[in-house]
Design a protein around this ligand. Structure first.
Ligand code: IFM
Length: 459
């Protein structure tokens, strides 16, 4: 038995990042269509209008999943393709698209995990208040119901919301993400309305089918203080509140961290929780999804430079790091997983995302030799094994991403894929990291991928 025995192997994508065809098939506009149309919001003015073309032609993507030997594939269902407006009418074309994908996955023995909210709020809901308005919860519950009824015979595993921290604080405070608002009370409200929506959606999904497995995906950071001085420790506590505890503790314990009111202010907090029963957010889950990317060293700074947390500075991280300056710290991954395991020892953990952004390119031989991502895979799988050895109940691991795609404000420049996407043609081809991930899967599960014993490579 290997140190990673029992883990299900997967990879992930999200609708707006891969589908394109934003005006086709009855899809309605989302906040990302509106945001990316504003000048200066994304690198080079990139938008998701074309992305990887996975709406028009999902075949190459489905073949890539099979070639890697994945047991499970995480994707997201575009709300805007399923529900077309305030009257709640569903769209048969959108439903048929996801049924087609799910049927192919089933035929090929791949278990799907469907994310319901991966940041693509329909624009008509934004115009009515978006994530600050509890009517958005009702609309989401309706969407979840329709998705569960129409697709639930083909998908059993559901993620309600993906990274509510980013949607709340990048969408409504730093303004780096759609809808591009910059206001702290609005951001806190958006965080709590999403968490409340998550709780309501779990109940709605269970009412459709009590056998569904349901969780959410939280991005958590590993944080360390720059020094042991009280000011730095206090700065660390603030960063940990906003980036981690506000989400993790509320979802698992049904109460806000004690320092929430002190940080945001009593009045702001009472506005943010209006109409929300926080205790109902902690609906029992079948798994908790963790997206791990960030390790940061935090220092107190009067004129803080962080775009989200007041009075802190994140120190530049040493090499190795990603192209966008994120630390490569597998030990941080182990720590985050063990932290979650300590809070909820019985709850299975699914690593719903883990990956690295690089400026990948094709060499003269037409291959993408992404050696940093190859090393990343080995380092982070070792870190996963360490977490398991120390008692974390890890059930699944999804590499982000299956293929290069629209990386939000970074557009198409920053690449995360195991497969290289040639955007002009829509072709995808395996990078060195795809070979490596495939070999690692084959080593763990020879029944999924055949290894050519002559050279150690997957056949
Ligand atoms: O591409 C994103 C994804 O949509 C959410 N998690 C982080 C990824 C890399 O930035």
């Amino acid at each position: 038995m290997t140190k990673l025995a029992g883990v299900r192997w997967g990879s992930a994508t999200a609708a707006y990042q891969i589908e394109g065809a934003v005006t086709d098939g009855g899809r309605v506009a989302t906040i990302w269509d509106e945001f990316t149309a504003r000048p200066g919001t994304t690198t080079r003015g990139d938008t998701g209008a074309q992305a990887c073309g996975a709406y028009d032609d999902p075949e190459a993507m489905l073949d890539a999943i099979e070639w890697l030997g994945l047991e499970t594939y995480r994707f997201s269902i575009a709300w805007s393709r399923i529900i077309t407006g305030p009257d709640g009418r569903s769209n048969p074309e959108g439903i048929a698209y996801y049924r087609r994908i799910l049927q192919v996955l089933r035929d090929r023995g791949v278990t799907p995990t469907a994310t319901l909210y991966h940041w693509d709020l329909p624009q008509w809901l934004q115009e009515r208040g978006g994530w600050t308005d509890l009517a958005t919860t009702d609309a989401f519950v309706h969407f979840a119901n329709v998705a569960a009824r129409e697709l639930g015979d083909l998908v059993n595993d559901w993620i309600t919301v993906n990274e509510p921290f980013c949607a709340a604080f990048h969408g409504h405070l730093s303004g780096l993400h759609a809808p591009g608002i910059q206001d702290e009370p609005t951001a806190l409200r958006a965080a709590l309305v999403q968490l409340h929506t998550h709780g309501e959606a779990v109940r709605a999904l269970r009412a459709v089918n009590p056998d569904f497995r349901i969780g959410l995906a939280l991005n958590l950071s590993d944080l360390a203080p720059a020094t042991e001085h009280p000011e730095d420790l206090e700065a660390l506590r603030r960063a940990d509140l906003v980036e981690n505890r506000l989400f993790l503790h509320t979802v698992l314990q049904g109460r806000l961290p004690e320092d929430t009111a002190a940080y945001f202010g009593v009045d702001v907090l009472s506005g943010a929780v209006e109409g929300i029963d926080v205790s109902r957010i902690a609906e029992p889950l079948d798994f908790i999804g963790i997206n791990y990317y960030e390790h940061n060293v935090i220092r107190a700074a009067e004129a803080g430079t962080d775009v989200i947390v007041r009075g802190i500075e994140k120190l530049p991280v040493p090499e190795p790091r990603s192209a966008n300056g994120v630390a490569v710290r597998p030990d941080g991954f182990t720590r985050v997983l063990l932290r979650v395991a300590a809070l909820a020892p019985e709850l299975p953990i699914w690593v719903t995302e883990n990956g690295i952004g690089l400026w990948d390119y094709l060499g003269p031989d037409g291959m993408c030799n992404d050696v940093e991502r190859v090393a990343f895979i080995d380092g982070y799988l070792d870190a996963l094994a360490d977490a398991i050895a120390s008692g974390a109940r890890i059930e699944s691991y999804y590499f982000w991403a299956l293929m290069d795609n629209f990386e939000w404000a970074h557009g198409y420049q920053l690449r995360y894929g195991l497969f290289y996407t040639d955007y002009p043609t829509g072709r995808i081809m395996p990078k060195a990291s795809a070979d490596r991930y495939r070999v690692r899967i084959a080593e763990e599960r020879p029944d999924l991928v055949e290894i050519d014993r002559r050279d150690g490579a997957a056949a």
